[in-house]
Write a protein that binds this ligand. Structure first.
Ligand SMILES: Cc1cc2nc3c(=O)[nH]c(=O)nc-3n(C[C@H](O)[C@H](O)[C@H](O)COP(=O)(O)O)c2cc1C
Length: 187
């Protein structure tokens, strides 16, 4: 039997509670209905006190978070939309990753926003960012807007079905065979 899929949610929200965190958790729960999953979350808000002069310190929570992200079989890269893009804190953590940390890694792009207007930020802002890392961004992204959450839980039917569609399209990229293939050296 293959090892469970190591799923890491990177939540770029500076707030707690967080709709983005709730959406990330919901995606993990639904994914676990299809494949065995071992999940963890990196909340950028928790790293804020450790930004500064600790980047090089291997004992820093920032270093541990970067290692967690680099070890993921699937990265759920999730951020609230701020001013039409990911948050500054989300970008700051991504900035600290080694350029090779996400090479060939499946990345599911996820955002929450106050309105539907910024859905395409996932294509125009998030996808190129992960293109820099030569990550394998998955074909269908997930965007949830404020009216699709109640008390920090996913309640919108539209969002509900968009999550299922994105997972269905992601699954072929997450099989044991696909994971083996991503380990092959690039020639
Ligand atoms: C500083 C700030 C800027 C924001 N900018 C946008 C924006 O440009 N477009 C949008 O749709 N929502 C915007 N929002 C709303 C958030 O993206 C939305 O409420 C999100 O779901 C919050 O996620 P969280 O609960 O995980 O923090 C903004 C919110 C804040 C606080």
């Amino acid at each position: 039997m293959s090892a469970p899929l190591n799923v890491v949610v990177l939540n770029g929200s500076p707030s707690f509670p967080s709709k983005t965190a709730a959406l990330g958790q919901e995606i993990v729960t639904r994914l676990a209905a299809h494949v065995p999953v071992a999940a963890s979350t990196v909340n950028v808000a928790e790293l804020v006190p450790f930004f500064g002069d600790t980047y090089g310190d291997p004992r820093s929570p920032v270093a541990a978070a970067l290692e967690t992200i680099a070890a993921a079989d699937l990265l759920i890269a999730a951020s609230p939309i701020y001013k039409g893009s990911y948050t500054g804190l989300f970008k700051h953590v991504v900035d600290l990753l080694s350029p090779s940390a996400l090479l060939g890694k499946p990345v599911l792009l996820v955002a929450t926003g106050g309105s539907e207007r910024h859905t395409l930020a996932l294509e125009h802002q998030f996808r190129p960012l992960f293109g820099f890392f030569q990550a394998d961004t998955l074909p269908v992204t997930i965007y949830g807007h404020d009216s699709e959450f109640t008390d920090y839980q996913v309640t919108g039917e539209g969002l509900d079905s968009r999550i299922d569609k994105a997972i269905a399209r992601a699954l072929p990229f997450l099989s044991a065979d696909a994971r083996e293939a991503t380990l092959l050296p690039v020639i």
